[in-house]
Design a protein. Structure first.
Length: 256
């Protein structure tokens, strides 16, 4: 089976670009399941019911999140009613809505999707390594895919190697910069440190460059507005053997 993972979709600009490119890509690459990180899909960051529905109606099957998952309170009830909208599984179960994993039933087989968040330089959450152990046991699926939303490259690499042989594919999100290290690890896990971003190319993580410059230079609060212009959709395809649950091929893409 072929699983497509799409990098952080940024605002209305990114959502519209995804919708313009995804149907043709799914057809040409014979995609069976599409996962996209949507925690920045609402303008001004975060995710709303409308931005989530837009992504679903555009052809995304499962939406994953990150440190902005709970930025917009209007989406809290949506987490409870939509099982395919995930948030990082290492948030406290007792205080946060939604779930960090889901089983996607594809008829002949089932796919487990896990969403986790790093602890280095982001949030002080439950250890993602132990959370991964727990969620893998709970899912019990032969084919399992992980979106690890994390800042530190070392943390991403370490968790990827830790899960090799127990998950089918592992992709990082959050930095909005696509890395060129796609590979198949020793025990069959397809891997990339960061899949990248879906949004405006001439930007700082999707934001107008002058606003990001002002923030870094002047150290004062700045309202981040989205940049406009030519866009790209960073993504990766994992070709997974249904019998073994191992990745047979990895293909990194940048769609313009």
């Amino acid at each position: 089976m072929r699983i497509l993972a799409i990098g952080d979709v940024v605002g209305t600009v990114g959502c519209r670009f995804l919708r313009s490119k995804l149907p043709a890509l799914k057809k040409s690459e014979r995609i069976d399941l599409t996962i996209a990180n949507g925690e920045n899909s609402a303008d001004g960051n975060g995710i709303t019911p409308s931005s989530a529905e837009y992504l679903f109606s555009s052809g995304v099957d499962v939406i994953t999140g990150g440190n902005h998952s709970f930025r917009r309170r209007e989406c809290y009830p949506f987490y409870e009613t939509s099982p395919f909208l995930l948030r990082p599984g290492n948030y406290p179960e007792s205080t946060t809505p939604g779930s960090g994993c889901v089983v996607y039933d594809m008829g002949r087989y089932q796919v487990g999707i896990i969403n986790l968040m790093g602890c280095m330089f982001i949030e002080n959450l439950e250890d993602p390594f132990r959370t991964a152990d727990r969620l893998i046991r709970e899912l019990g699926t032969k084919i399992t895919v992980v979106d690890f939303h994390a800042e530190a490259t070392a943390e991403k690499r370490a968790l990827g190697f830790y899960l090799d042989g127990r998950v089918s594919a592992f992709f990082g999100t959050h930095t909005h910069v696509q890395t060129a290290d796609e590979q198949i690890l020793e025990k069959g896990c397809g891997y990339i440190t960061d899949v990248g971003m879906t949004g405006t190319i001439s930007s700082v993580l999707g934001v107008k460059p002058e606003l990001a410059i002002s923030k870094f230079r002047d150290k004062l609060p700045v309202r981040f507005d989205l940049a406009e212009g030519e866009c790209r959709m960073d993504c990766i395809i994992f070709d997974i053997d249904e019998k073994t649950g191992r990745t047979a091929e990895v293909k990194r893409l940048c769609i313009r």
